[in-house]
Ligand binder design. Structure first.
Ligand code: GDP
Ligand code: MG
Length: 683
């Protein structure tokens, strides 16, 4: 803890080298400092007390990386080493770590190699390889071979490559505290044994690592090539146009010293973080020999000695990388912490929303009853009470309003059927006269047989009987879709129930529809067979209409009067055609007025009864029948259906496993950052 607190004070104090200003500023090291640095780099090992300050932060990031938090889409600040094949990437890492890595022609680096360098007071270096959940101790002699073996285990023998990383931990006295990722080199042309699409495979891996804004791109360029033709430069320029997070290392300075100074000063390829020219280990040189040769080269070579000392040598590169790393970690950590927290709470919420895993029939029963209860409640709201809070945006589910519309349409249709009948102005009273003629019998004059009335009534009833049938069909079809949709919504967490829920809804509404059809047949039949009403309106209407009988008769009987008569209800009627039936017109008018007055009553009964019938049926459905029918369909007579609820659907099970895993990872990550946040970012 003590060192953490110190770290915090020194990093955040105004005097600290690192502040939260943009990286470029942070990386401008004062000239004074620069001089000290140059003095020290030549004789002292690559170590800075500065490393100790950033170490806890770097440890945190490394632990997060180890947890594979990147899988959760949370990017970590990373120094990514890219370069064309044989540009010297591995050699640079080797120089920084002071160890030997597999080097040579062709692709040696076939998997991302995460290299964690840790300065360690112990003079004996400790090396570990971590891959496939294994930690394998190794040493400086064996490391190159062990990396090759591990690579074969990850990517297979041969030349294939893989995106699965291998981690190398180097704890050694004098190394800079740095974590870097070495990536396979970019090659355009597959060499013998390499897959055809090697370029695509490698670029995909490289892009994955360099695209996040949190990545620093360490672009390794060979002094012998034209930088602008390097594939690695093209790639890094794609994700970092201004070069603000790209640093160039120029290798093989010893081989191509000509024009190097000009190349790095001209900066044709936009390297925002600057260039460092180096000379790596050659052949069997020891690490110390290599550093001495490098220092000698840049001090004494006629061309290379002209390059500013702040741009040459592995020690300068190490210092620079340590600073850059400190800056990005410092800048990214608060954001990482926020992301971890956000992701964690989002995932926890999602997990809670997943249906509970049911372990016993009793639990299944409880859940089933809950579902049933909420189905009932929803239906009561939307079908009976007209409350739509559960479906504010779905007009289809605003059932009382929709039913009301359908019902109005029904009522209008009945009415208009009636109007069509009376529309035939030219045939006024002809139907009635025809029936009168046909029912003539020997009897008292002025005595209307009941059969006349019934015959006419039946004709009218027949004319409208399809309308109520059609209406109940439509209404129940609509209610079926509502029922299915409500059931599906409430069973959504138990997909195994949905098909039987749908079946239950269909059966139930089919049954209700049949009941309604039977009922419609009955009421139509009742209207057909008898004529009765106690409603005083019948007589009142009839009397009112009969008041026009005398006028009509006058006009019919008087051939010189007008052909057009205005009658209550019927408007202007042409009566010329009636003059031939003088004897029957009076009676026919009487019959028609009775039918007209009575039909008003019939219509009202058809509309009112239908309304009552529907309200009654829907209430019964929701309050009584639905429950029993659904239980029977979903649970079955033996109750075995509940067993199905115990089997979790594979998709839900998988989602649960994934969320739990992710939550575990995020919680661990949160614990890791919590330690550091307490001391580093609190205030
Ligand atoms: P990688 O494919 O980018 O990892 O490149 P390597 O690190 O394997 O290097 C490719 C070859 O270049 C090796 O034979 C190295 O010895 C050689 N090499 C790397 N850096 C230098 C250097 O600074 N000077 C010289 N002379 N050779 C170097
Ligand atoms: Mg390599």
């Amino acid at each position: 803890m003590g060192s953490l607190i110190r770290a915090k004070e020194e990093i955040l104090s105004p005097k600290a080298v690192i502040d939260t200003a943009p990286m470029m500023n942070a990386l401008k090291i004062s000239e004074e400092h620069r001089k000290d640095e140059q003095q020290s780099v030549h004789n002292a090992p690559i170590v800075s007390s500065y490393n100790d300050k950033i170490r806890p932060l770097l440890d945190t990031v490394d632990r997060l990386r180890h947890l594979k938090i990147m899988q959760e889409g949370i990017q970590l600040p990373t120094i990514v080493v890219v370069g064309d094949q044989s540009s010297g990437k591995s050699s640079v890492l080797e120089s920084l770590a002071g160890i030997s890595l597999p080097r040579g022609q062709g692709i040696c680096t076939r998997v991302p190699l995460i290299m964690r360098l840790q300065n360690n007071p112990n003079p004996d270096p400790e090396l570990f390889l971590e891959f496939n959940e294994k930690i394998i101790p190794t040493d400086e002699e064996k490391i190159a071979d062990d990396i090759s073996i591990a690579t074969e285990e990850i990517a297979g023998k041969g030349k294939a490559i893989s995106g699965n990383p291998l981690t190398l931990i180097v704890k050694k006295k004098g190394v800079p505290d740095l974590t870097m990722v070495d990536l396979p080199g970019i090659t355009r042309v597959p060499v013998h044994g390499q897959p055809e699409d090697i370029y695509e495979q490698i670029s995909k891996i490289i892009m994955e690592f360099i695209t996040p804004e949190e990545s620093i791109i360490l672009n390794v360029l060979s002094a012998s090539v034209d930088f602008s033709t390097c594939e690695s430069i093209r790639m890094s320029q794609r994700v970092d146009k201004t070069g603000q997070r790209t640093l160039a290392v120029v290798t093989k300075s010893d081989k191509s010293p000509e024009g190097l100074l000009e190349k790095v000063t001209a900066d044709d390829v936009n390297i925002g973080l600057g260039y460092v020219c180096v000379r790596n280990r050659i052949g069997d040189e020891s690490y110390e020999e290599a550093r001495a040769e490098e220092a000698n080269l840049f001090d004494n070579h006629p061309l290379l000695s002209k390059i500013n000392k702040s741009m040459v040598g592995i020690p300068v590169l190490a210092e620079k990388l340590v600073r850059i790393q400190a800056t990005i970690i410092q800048r990214c950590l608060p954001e990482i912490v926020r992301k971890i927290n956000d992701k964690l709470s989002a995932n926890v919420q999602e997990l809670n929303k997943l249906p509970k895993h049911l372990n016993s029939v009793a639990e299944a029963m409880t859940t089933f009853l809950q579902i049933l209860g909420s189905v009932k409640e929803t239906l009561r709201k939307i079908l009976i009470q007209g409350e739509f809070d559960e479906y504010p945006e779905a007009p289809k589910m605003h059932c009382t309003a929709r039913l009301w519309e359908m019902f109005n349409k029904y009522s209008d249709e009945l009415q208009s059927e009636n109007d069509v009948d009376d529309d035939s102005n030219k045939n006024f009273l002809l139907d009635e006269i025809k029936v009168l003629e046909e029912t003539k019998s020997i009897g008292l004059p002025n005595f209307l047989p009941k059969a006349i009335f019934l015959t006419l009534l039946q004709g009218k009833v027949k004319g409208i009987s399809a309308i109520p049938l059609d209406f109940v069909e439509k209404t129940w079809s609509y209610i079926e879709t509502i029922l299915v949709s409500v059931l599906e919504r409430h069973c959504e967490n138990y997909p195994q129930l949905i098909s039987s829920a749908r079946r239950a809804a269909k059966n139930l509404t089919a049954k209700k529809k049949q009941q309604s059809i039977d009922w419609v047949h009955d009421i139509v039949e009742m209207e057909n067979l008898s004529d009765y009403t106690c409603h005083p309106e019948y007589s009142a209407t009839w009397n009112k209409l009969m008041a026009y009988q005398a006028t009509l008769m006058e006009n019919v009987n008087n051939p010189y009067s007008h052909d057009v008569v205005s009658l209550e209800r019927f408007g202007s009627i042409n009566i010329a055609h009636l003059r031939g039936f003088k004897g029957l017109v009076k009676e026919a008018y009487d019959v028609k007025m009775r039918i007209t007055a009575y039909w008003d009553i019939v219509m009202r009964r058809m509309v009112d009864n239908m309304a009552l019938h529907l309200l009654f049926s829907i209430k019964n459905l929701v309050n009584k029948e639905m429950q029993a029918d659904i239980i029977e369909e979903l649970v079955g007579p033996q109750g075995t259906g509940l067993g199905r609820m115990l089997e979790e659907s594979p998709s839900v099970a998988e989602k649960r496993i994934k969320l739990k895993k992710s939550i575990k990872l995020l919680k661990e990550s949160k614990d890791i950052v919590a330690n550091i946040m307490d001391v580093t970012f609190e205030d």
